[in-house]
Design a protein around this ligand. Structure first.
Ligand code: NCD
Ligand code: ZN
Ligand code: ZN
Length: 346
């Protein structure tokens, strides 16, 4: 068994940094190991225009501790009123690397998202023309659709029709949670990729509900049956270039997670690389970890891979904080439920 693994420095292709004190608290947790991340725009109010993204990027860079390097890859929050020319300008300047589609009401801070998909056709047309990827929160919101089916139904009702209407559009299905999503991505040769989170490789829906309700495992899309977790592990560890890491690390203060109407999101930035090394080791796929975390994402986005490296070393169980502090509140770090043995030297 290998005890040391050096890989190109990873990137995170789906990350929530929030703002203010929370941003200051969580940014080092990612920047410690990751060179770049696609920054989700679901602030309140959302990051809609290029000027919003520029200001948010400046706040992120200002929050970065001295001596740490990190490149935020900015995104815009797609609304029914998004101006295609503003999107094109933000892309042309190099500021924005993707546009994010939230179906209205699908997840945290998605109230300004899209209800009528016909209204975003002109923006999607422009994005296809200029080669700017669309990142999707892939769940329908129709009340009659069971929450465990919302991702699979999204593929049929929204994603496939949108892709057919805009054949040149590059699309990332974010945080996939089902075998249907993995199969759909594999059925398309070009222009479709998927991010997979750390936590969806570890937990299934029993982790949330058996023996008491565990709010820190509640995220959206919600974790599904075991067969889906296994399908995600197969996809992530396959080396297939269409699948790459997007942690969806999504911090919420503990009092809003442990609440009668608890927020969705798992905070995984702190221990993601140790968890992933453990998962890939369990699958006998340590030689494919670098593809998943460091190569496939830049390949899809057309960006260079990172030149420097990190080293993972196997040894005694590693320790990491159970919680981090953010502006007088605490955020619970994802607990995989088993010891982690891979230390990260970045
Ligand atoms: C995310 C958040 O908290 O912003 N929550 C989550 O459960 N994944 C939103 C999202 O990515 O859908
Ligand atoms: Zn989402
Ligand atoms: Zn997210």
């Amino acid at each position: 068994m290998s005890t040391s693994l050096t890989i190109r420095r990873p990137d995170d292709w789906h990350l929530h940094l929030r703002d203010g004190a929370m941003l200051k608290a969580v940014l080092p947790e990612t920047a410690r190991h990751f060179a770049r991340a696609i920054i989700m725009p679901n602030l309140v109010p959302p990051v809609v225009r290029g000027s919003d993204a520029a200001a948010y990027r400046d706040r992120i860079l200002a929050a970065l501790p001295d001596g740490m390097a990190f490149e935020p890859l900015m995104t815009l929050y797609l609304t029914e009123d998004t101006d295609p020319e503003d999107v094109a300008a933000a892309h042309a300047s190099g500021l924005v690397k993707a546009v994010k589609l939230y179906p209205a009401g699908a997840t945290t801070n998605s109230a300004s998202g899209v209800k009528d998909f016909d209204r975003i056709a002109p923006v999607l047309e422009k994005m296809a023309e200029i080669g700017l990827p669309l990142c999707t929160h892939g769940e329908v919101t129709a009340a009659e659709i069971d929450i465990f089916d919302r991702e699979a139904v999204f593929i049929d009702r929204v994603l496939d029709p949108v892709r057919r209407a805009h054949p040149g559009l590059k699309v990332v299905m974010e945080h996939i949670t089902t075998s249907q999503a993995a199969d759909y991505v594999r059925s398309v040769d070009r222009g479709l990729g998927a991010t997979i989170t750390t936590h969806h490789l570890v937990i299934n829906r029993n982790h949330i509900l058996v023996g008491g309700i565990r709010p820190h495992y509640y995220c959206l899309p919600v974790a599904k049956r075991e067969e889906h977790r296994l399908a995600l592990r197969a996809a992530a560890t396959s080396g297939d270039a269409r699948f790459f890491l997007g942690t969806d690390s999504a911090p919420h203060p503990d009092h809003l997670k442990e609440h009668p109407c608890g927020c969705a999101g798992c905070f995984t930035a702190t221990n993601t690389m140790s968890v992933l090394a453990e998962v890939f080791e369990q699958e006998g796929a340590l030689d494919r970890l670098e593809a998943f975390v460091s190569l496939n994402g830049p390949g899809f986005y057309g960006l260079p891979v990172n030149e420097d490296t990190i080293t993972l070393t196997r040894g005694d169980a590693v320790t990491y904080p159970a919680k981090i502090e953010a502006g007088g509140e605490t955020v619970t770090v994802f607990d995989p439920g088993y010891p982690l043995h891979w230390r990260v030297d970045a």
